[in-house]
Structures are given as structure tokens and as C-alpha cells.
Write a protein of this length. Structure first.
Length: 133
């Protein structure tokens, strides 16, 4: 059975929310996830890292333990549920939304205040486009 976790954390310490830090984190996550057969999507925006990971329970729990001990900030587990199929096909990829699209979707809210379904849609690029006022 597959499980899907949605996690948010405010970044602290040695990682800055810039492109280089995102690329480094993405590379590490891809190597670990390939080995553990985990798929996922991540987003770094305004000092927050938001991730959706999917895989077998034992593998998802292993990934969660790695995240809990990496010193990059407190984890907020916003969703943890069994699923029938994966939404993410790759070991880890960056969310494809442009920063202004993410900003519009968040509407000034911190990611840890959204529910897991909203964050899944955001991470998978399925945000509702708002009409320009």
C-alpha cells in the first residue's frame, strides 16, 4: 500500500530559500528517494519548504526520520494517508509554478496553515487561477 505525506517547514539554519539551496536539496532528495522508491514534489517559497512524498509506509517513515534529523527546521506534518496511486512520478521534482502563482495561491498565508489537499494541489500545479481584479 502507498502512503502520501504532505510536510511544511519554515527553513532555518544553513539553508537559504534561493535557487542554489533548492538545487542542492533536490539532488540529495532524489538520490535518497530513488534508493527508497519514493516519489515527490517540493517547493521552496518565502522561507518555507513544502513537500509531498509518496511510497511504501516503511520507506516514507525512513524519509520522515531523515527530515526530522536534518536540522533544517521544525516539521509540520499536514497530511499522512494511504493512497491508491501516486500523484508524483519522479523521485523528487520542484513544483513547476512560478513564484507569483504560488503567492496568489497562498494569498498571504503560511503553508503550514493550509490543509494537505490544498498543498497537494499547489505542489502538483493544480491551483485555481484567480481573475485579475
Amino acid at each position: 500500500m502507498l502512503y502520501r505525506l504532505v510536510i511544511a517547514r519554515e527553513l532555518v539554519g544553513g539553508i537559504a530559500p534561493d535557487g542554489r539551496a533548492a538545487a542542492e536539496r533536490l539532488g540529495e532528495a532524489m538520490a535518497d528517494n530513488r534508493r527508497d522508491e519514493i516519489s515527490g514534489v517540493m517547493l521552496i517559497h518565502a522561507g518555507w519548504l513544502v513537500q509531498m512524498i509518496e511510497g511504501a509506509r516503511v520507506d516514507v517513515d525512513r524519509a520522515l526520520r531523515r527530515m526530522q534529523t536534518d536540522g533544517q527546521g521544525e516539521l509540520h506534518i499536514l497530511g499522512d494517508r494511504p493512497v491508491i496511486h501516486r500523484r508524483a512520478a519522479e523521485p523528487m521534482r520542484m513544483c513547476a509554478l512560478a513564484p507569483h502563482e504560488v503567492e496568489m495561491a497562498l494569498a498571504g498565508r503560511a503553508p503550514n496553515t493550509l490543509d494537505a489537499t490544498e498543498l497537494e494541489r499547489l505542489l502538483c500545479g493544480e491551483v485555481r487561477r484567480r481573475a485579475a481584479a
